[in-house]
Every structure is written in C-alpha cells, then in structure tokens.
Design a protein around this ligand. Structure first.
Ligand code: UDP
Length: 252
C-alpha cells in the first residue's frame, strides 16, 4: 500500500510587514480539518489588496492579521504586490473558493457550521443553498451582520451554545478580522474564517465573475461593475503598488 503524501508545510511570507502564506485549497482544507480535530483554535484571514494597503498603514490592524494562524492571498492585488517585492510562490486562493470547499468538507466530515454576517436574510438563504447542495450538512446557526455592540454578548452566547466547529464571518474587511480577533477566545470555536462577501454569493444575491475573468485575475473588475461602491476598493490598489515599489527600492 502506498502511504499518503505527508502534508506540505505552510510557507510564511511577509508583504509590507503583513503575513501571507503560500497555501493551496487542499492544504487549507487539510489545515481546517486538523484544527477542528485537534481543537486548537485558529482563525483564517483572506487577505485582499485593499486590506493589505490598510495593514501596511495601520500597525494595530497589521497585528490583528499577523496574529491569524493562516493568511491566504485573496486577490490579484496581493499576488502582484508579492511579484513586485520579488516573492515567488504565493498563489491566489479566493475566499469564496475556501468557503465553498470548507462547507463541502464540513458536510462530509460532519463539522458543525455557523454562518454570521450579511444583510438580514442572507445567512439564512446561504444556509438553505448549502442544505440543498449538501443534504445532511449541519448548519447550527445563522445571524445577520448588522448587530449593535449591545447585542454582542447575546450573539457570543448564541454561537457558544451552538458549538460550531467552523464559524464563517462575513462582516466585510477589516471589521470581520477585528471582530474575530476580539472574540476568538470567548467563542470557543476551533476555526473562524473572515469570508467577506461569500455569503452573498452563496445566497445568490451577488454573482461571481465568469471563470475566464477569474482566470485572468479580473474578478475585481466584474465586482466593481456590479457593485459601483466597490470602485472605492479598486482605488486602493495603485497606492498598494507604490508601497510595494518603494519597499523594493528601499531594499535594493
Ligand atoms: N456586512 C455586515 N455587517 C456590516 C458591514 C458589512 O454583515 O456591518 C456584510 C455585507 O452585508 C456583505 C459583507 O459584509 O455581505 C461584505 O461584503 P464585501 O463584498 O464588501 O466584502 P469584502 O470581501 O470586500 O470584505
């Protein structure tokens, strides 16, 4: 019998002081499975270019991201910044692909999933889609993302009582990263992931770019065309390249 290949180690890089790991989807899913089995809590940040610009400029936020156990490169901006900085090997792992993969794995492995975030109705609709896609998946709770600070204690209690193995937090970046960082210990959840707009996509409220646009790294263009408010996110990318170029010249 051929022994299974040993898990590939995660390679950690630093982009403008912020951690990013070289990690493919299968590795990330294996990591999630291990954390849930061992109950060693850890959170995942899906880092896009807009968040990277913010972490480069805000030390406290950078610390929040660097405290995450796993940071994936979610977006062409991060990949291009890594190339400018001469770092090879970082590949894109979109938050939506990680979300979809983690839910499929949860269904087959019996992981309990809690969906937090999005407008009222979105998490419930995403749960319904997941139940249709994966009969038997255990969605143990849903909650929209427009809660007040006063409602937070009740929300933490609800999540604790539901005992999820996997908590998907869709509050938008960087709110979701700060929120997970603030509450991770109290939540008692093995794995929490900041998933941005992924619940909107799962729920069918937002369309994903066609595969050819994803392949060309043009998902940002598709999203900005559908949601004009996202142009403000796109505008953060040129400054990201300037920061990366400045860092490269400084090192030369
Ligand atoms: N959202 C939320 N609470 C908030 C702000 C945003 O639940 O206070 C949700 C919003 O409804 C959307 C998601 O967070 O579902 C952010 O989506 P976006 O596509 O902007 O995420 P990104 O991937 O850019 O962070």
């Amino acid at each position: 019998m051929i022994a299974p290949a040993p898990p590939r180690p995660l390679v950690r890089h630093e982009l403008l002081g912020t951690t990013v790991h070289t990690v493919a989807l299968d590795q990330a899913l294996a990591w999630i499975g291990d954390r849930i089995a061992s109950k060693v809590p850890g959170c995942i940040v899906t880092l896009n270019g807009a968040l990277l610009v913010q972490t480069a400029r805000d030390e406290a936020l950078r610390q929040v991201v660097n405290d995450a156990a796993l940071v994936t490169a979610d977006g062409i901006g991060v990949i291009l910044a890594s190339r400018i900085l001469g770092i090879s090997g970082i590949e894109r792992l979109a938050g939506i692909d990680l979300t979809v993969g983690a839910c499929a794995q949860a269904a087959s492995a019996g992981h309990r999933v809690y969906l937090l975030g999005g407008s009222p109705g979105v998490a419930g609709a995403a749960a319904e889609v997941l139940r249709q896609r994966h009969p038997g998946i255990q969605i143990v709770g849903t909650q929209h993302g427009y809660f007040s600070v006063e409602e937070e204690t009740a929300l933490i209690g609800d999540i604790r009582r539901a005992r999820p193995d996997l908590l998907l937090v869709a509050l938008g970046a960087p709110r979701q990263e700060r929120w997970i960082h603030r509450w991770m210990r109290d939540l008692g959840v093995p794995v929490a992931i900041g998933v941005g707009g992924s619940l909107d996509v799962l729920a069918g409220r937002v369309r994903r770019a066609p595969p050819w646009m994803q392949r060309l790294g043009l998902e940002w263009l598709f999203r900005a065309t559908l949601q004009p408010r996202r142009w403000s996110v796109v505008r953060t990318i040129p400054p990201l390249f300037l920061l990366a170029l400045r860092e490269r010249w400084r090192r030369a």
